[in-house]
Design a protein around this ligand. Structure first.
Ligand code: PCA
Length: 223
């Protein structure tokens, strides 16, 4: 009797990892370098597909949604720079508003415009954000849950992602902000070296790939 074909088991679906191009006049964005470093790597048995999004309100989600259709990932992690933060911060919630304090890379500066007209006020991340923070801290990496991704292009992409995934519970997604690189931080501003940021994102991907349910541990804030 012949053995059953080994190829009958479907290949695991990839992990989509996005970063952003530089914005606000900067020449670098750490998330672009992190994604370039991890594109094509296999982490927790899954292939990582890296994509750089334009820092432009509508075009960013157009590019992201096209990648979702083409690559069919079942985990999506979007990264963005949050200059001034000292830690790796998985975001808890995306809100349905664009309110830009600065112009995006196409000069757009929407004020109080919904990301999706008629959409719900907010979507939760479906990544295990508490488990990610615990894993990072266990390895000496600074991390905490963030209660707001802001109202600029990062929140826009996060909301657009979760809206697209709202009826696809098998596909989990969310957003993680990272600090400045040391070379772009002004004196006294917090930063993390690129190698440390890459190490942290690898651990974030591992936790996202291996854990469907989050841990029930504190991650709240008083303000
Ligand atoms: N950070 C910005 C947009 C692109 C990025 O990397 C933000 O936090 O909205």
């Amino acid at each position: 009797m012949s053995k059953p074909a080994r190829s009958s088991r479907p290949a695991p679906r990839p992990i989509l990892l996005t970063g952003f191009e530089a914005f606000a006049g900067a020449t670098v964005n750490p998330t672009e370098s992190i994604v370039a470093a991890l594109n094509g790597r296999v982490i927790a048995g899954r292939r990582v597909i890296g994509v750089i999004l334009p820092c432009v309100f509508r075009r960013s989600t157009t590019v992201l949604l096209r990648q979702l259709r083409v690559e069919r990932p079942d985990v999506v992690i979007c990264l963005g720079l949050a200059g001034g933060r000292a830690e790796i911060t998985p975001e808890r919630i995306a809100i349905n508003v664009d309110d830009a304090r600065i112009a995006d890379n196409a000069g757009g500066q929407p004020v109080d415009r919904p990301v999706v007209r008629g959409g719900p006020a907010a979507y939760w991340s479906t990544l295990p954000i508490k488990a990610m923070v615990a894993e990072l801290r266990a390895h000496g990496l600074p991390a905490s849950v963030s209660q707001s991704a802001g109202t600029f292009v990062c929140n826009h992409v996060f909301y657009g992602l979760m809206h697209a995934l709202r009826r696809r519970p098998v596909v989990r997604g969310g957003f993680v902000h990272v600090p400045f690189l040391p070379e772009q931080a002004a004196a006294g501003q917090a930063s993390l070296p690129l190698a440390t940021q890459i190490d942290a994102v690898v651990r974030v991907i591992e936790v996202a790939a291996l854990r469907r349910r989050d841990r029930r541990i504190g991650g709240g804030a008083t303000h």
